[in-house]
Ligand binder design. Structure first.
Ligand SMILES: Nc1ncnc2c1ncn2[C@@H]1O[C@H](COP(=O)(O)OP(=O)(O)OP(=O)(O)O)[C@@H](O)[C@H]1O
Ligand SMILES: [Mg+2]
Length: 416
């Protein structure tokens, strides 16, 4: 097991384009860190530099405190668990798992190899498949064989590059849970690249958000969600995305295209000296007014809006409200949409309502918004003007304590 220190890491490919630009990240021993970001943001490049598959242009990479920039991959003792599994089709599951030990001829006795393979197979619930060939296994089972290989190597860290992206949705969910539990049990430092929101939010102790090779924010999933540092992180984390309504603050009133919203003094003060702000409101900060009880109502505000249409997804439902965009923020929102890999800029508010709600497109509905949770962003810099850094840090500290507790629990289980 090992810590990984990434210090001012830069990668310029042949054409001089900085694919990774001054990224610093301290990964603790046993920690599960996720790298997320749109396509081309440099996630795989960071991972490949850790593995030693890509030269480092500048900066420093330390594994367990030791500089490894110049070390070849095999001397770094990290295991890459590839997306395509890279299993040998003609070898049995047993031989596939044993493979890394066979590479070091003479280092392991036959008994040792056998013992390690069987132990890994047991951990991964592959014992009954040891004699089978990879082609006859399911995607999830193949994935586990690939992990088995990493386990017998006793790698100091696991590196995953979108390992589940070619599995179907159901298996993906199942494998996500398995990887999470396995990581906790083994307590092996892991760096995991993904596009997938759910994987990022459920697997990571901390999530590092990249945009165009630059690190935007590193924090626990909850801190990213509740206290994003900037417009990009706020928009990228969460599905459906946070709404960004243009507005201006006068006194404690935020004037927006959907009406006037009363802010508290702290929020208002943060946005008052800006000519225009973007009010970040997550879909679930809204509700149908009739569903909100009196005590809750006081924490927000009721307004009426005409719905363009609704979407019912079984366990959740979304209502959409069109609004007039403000020309002063069109460019910002357009480039934000591009940065996020989204197709277009929406001037549509997304409102989460109860799945049982019977409101429909064309209705004029009474909606409620929880005004206390609104963040204000500066469209010029993208900065979150209302971020509560202390509250954010508490959320990340909580995640750290959770991990330690879980690791202790898993450890207790293993030894019992
Ligand atoms: N071998 C290469 N030569 C030149 N440029 C490269 C090379 N590999 C990657 N790049 C560039 O580096 C940037 C980052 O690529 P990288 O593969 O790290 O992105 P990513 O975040 O993993 O994207 P994706 O989600 O699509 O896998 C991209 O702009 C890409 O075009
Ligand atoms: Mg990639």
């Amino acid at each position: 097991m090992a810590s990984i220190s990434i210090r001012n890491l830069v990668k310029e490919y042949g054409d001089g384009y900085p694919a990774v630009n001054d990224v610093s990240l301290e990964i603790e021993d046993g920690e599960f860190v996720i790298l997320v970001g749109p396509s081309g943001s440099g996630k795989s490049t960071v991972l490949r530099m850790i593995a030693g598959l890509e030269d480092i242009t500048s900066g420093e990479l330390l594994i367990d405190g030791e500089r490894v920039n110049e070390k070849p991959p095999r001397e770094r003792n990290v295991a890459m668990v590839f997306q395509n599994y890279a299993l040998y089709p003609h070898l049995s599951v047993y031989e596939n798992i044993a493979f890394p030990m066979r590479l070091h001829k003479g280092q392991f006795s036959k008994e040792e190899v056998d013992q390690k393979v069987r132990k890994a197979a047991e951990t991964l619930e592959l014992t009954e498949h040891l004699d089978r060939k990879p082609a006859n296994l399911s995607g999830g089972q193949r994935q586990r064989v690939a992990m088995g290989r990493a386990i017998v190597r006793e790698a100091a860290a696991f590196l995953f590059d979108e390992p589940l992206s070619n599995l179907d949705a159901k298996l993906r969910g199942q494998m996500r849970t398995e990887i999470s539990q396995l990581q906790r049990r083994l307590n092996t430092t892991s760096v995991y690249v993904t596009h997938d929101q759910t994987e990022a939010m459920t697997l990571g102790d901390r999530v590092a958000v990249l945009k165009k090779g630059e690190l935007q924010q590193v924090a626990s999933p909850r801190e990213l969600y509740e206290q994003p540092l900037n417009l990009f992180v706020a928009g990228f984390i969460g599905a459906p995305s946070m709404n960004f309504l243009p507005g201006s603050v006068e006194g404690t009133t935020l004037k927006t295209p959907i009406g006037e919203i009363e802010l508290n003094e702290k929020q208002a003060e943060a946005g008052r000296d800006k000519e225009v702000v973007l009010a970040g409101i997550r879909p679930e900060f809204f509700d149908e007014a009739s569903q909100v009880d009196a005590s809750q109502r006081a924490k927000g505000q009721v307004f009426t809006a005409e719905l363009s249409h609704t979407e019912w997804l079984g366990n959740e439902q979304y209502a959409y409200v069109n609004y007039e965009n403000d020309p002063r923020v069109t460019d910002v929102l357009q480039s934000l949409a591009e940065d996020m890999d989204a197709d277009e800029l929406r001037t549509q508010l997304v409102v989460a309502v109860d799945a049982m709600s019977t409101i429909r497109g064309g209705d004029t509905a009474e909606l409620w918004v929880n005004t206390r949770r609104i963040h204000l962003f500066d469209p010029a810099t993208g900065e979150n003007l209302t971020r509560d850094a202390e509250a954010g840090a508490r959320l990340t500290e909580m995640a750290r304590e959770d991990r330690q507790r879980e690791a202790e629990r898993a450890g207790a289980k293993l030894s019992s």
